[in-house]
Ligand binder design. Structure first.
Ligand code: HXC
Ligand code: NAP
Length: 282
């Protein structure tokens, strides 16, 4: 889909880059010539992924343990990266989430998810943004949101309010920082099988079936499709796209929004035939 040197000389940090979508993006960015930094809380997971991706792509990848909830830790990580040169691209991908009845959540449960998703994104964005602005260095931020961010969702409330904040941050800074060379965009993916997401959000086969039935394409997205969209949005070729949230869900969101979208399952061919207007007798 892209030329092999598309991301040559680009230095990219992916938060939560040791697993799932973050790892898939890291692999694709490395294949296209980027230098990639990945961070996460679990050092063993990061090191294993970095070794695997390095062997597969021969690209330069660095693993830095960091809890994005902790502002000082994020600043220290960004400082350590900047020592070998500025980043060009930040991908805010780290997240925490689980399904639960909201009234049963403890304050720590809210804080945990909001801390990772909203504050983590804010910490990393501000750390990079301030450095870019100070040195007139161009930068691009891509955040991974979710399709429920603009409308909310039952049973994932800490995540929904956090992702809504991430999208507000994206749109606000796109305007505030755009004229100083910083682009802000986001991707809102529908369900894409990863261990982290599916074990927590679709933990039973019947929940997966429900999710597939809601989707016009009747399949889940793939990590490769997500990585390709991410490459497009961070590359210079999409330089005029700023402040956008690109939904990538096979049409699931729209299917949920359309009043009559489920008729395809409710009515048979015979039903549709019976609904056709009868020919008038002449
Ligand atoms: C209710 C829960 C809970 C659950 C944790 N808690 N899981 N409450 N139901 N299922 C509560 C705990 O009891 C605790 O509160 C508080 O949350 C913090 O939990 P810890 O386990 O101590 O926190 P921590 O180790 O920091 O783990 C954070 C986490 C965990 C968010 C809870 O799930 C995690 O590490 N997630 C990272 C990966 C992830 O979630 N990936 C999925 C992203 S997918 P108390 O009061 O008891 O101390 C996504 C979009 C998917 O975001 C969209 C799909 C279509
Ligand atoms: P995942 O594999 O669980 O990825 C989450 C990553 O975030 C992990 O690598 C995790 O590593 C890291 N992380 C969590 N807390 C952190 C913290 N405090 N500091 C630093 N890193 C932290 O799940 P995924 O499916 O790939 O999700 C990636 C992104 O896509 C998330 O933003 C998610 O909301 C979004 N998304 C996913 C789907 C889907 O269906 N997969 C759909 C919509 C949106 P550690 O645990 O080692 O810290």
């Amino acid at each position: 889909m892209f030329t092999p040197d598309l991301l040559h000389n680009k230095r990219i940090l992916i938060t939560g880059g040791g697993t799932g979508l973050g790892k898939a993006m890291a692999q694709r960015f490395l294949q296209l010539g980027a230098t990639v930094y990945i961070c996460g809380r679990r050092e063993d997971v990061l090191q294993k992924s970095a070794a695997e991706l390095s062997a597969a792509t021969r690209g330069p990848i660095h693993a830095i343990p960091c809890d994005v909830r902790n502002l000082d830790a994020v600043e220290a990580m960004i400082d350590s990266i900047w020592k070998s040169g500025p980043l060009d691209i930040l991908v805010n991908n780290a997240a925490g989430n689980f399904i639960a009845r909201t009234e049963e959540l403890s304050p720590r449960a809210f804080e945990s998810v909001i801390g990772i998703v909203l504050l983590g994104t804010l910490h990393a964005t501000m750390a990079c943004g301030r450095r870019w602005l100070k040195t007139n260095h161009k930068g691009t931020v891509l955040s991974i949101s979710a399709t429920y961010a603009p409308v909310g969702s039952a049973y994932v409330v800490p995540s929904a309010i956090s992702k809504a904040g991430v999208e507000a941050l994206t749109r606000s800074l796109a305007v505030e920082w755009g004229n100083r060379g910083i682009r802000m965009n986001a991707i809102a993916p529908g369900p894409i099988p990863t261990q982290g997401a599916f074990s927590r959000l679709l933990p039973r086969p019947e929940l997966e079936t429900l999710a597939l039935d809601r989707n016009p394409l009747h399949r889940f997205g793939t990590v490769e499709e997500l990585a390709n969209l991410a490459v497009f949005l961070i590359s210079d070729g999409s330089g005029y796209i700023n402040g956008e949230v690109v939904r990538m869900d096979g049409g699931e969101f729209l299917q949920g929004a359309g009043e009559f979208s489920t008729l395809g399952r409710a009515l048979t061919n015979e039903d549709w035939e019976a609904l056709k207007p009868r020919k008038k007798k002449t």
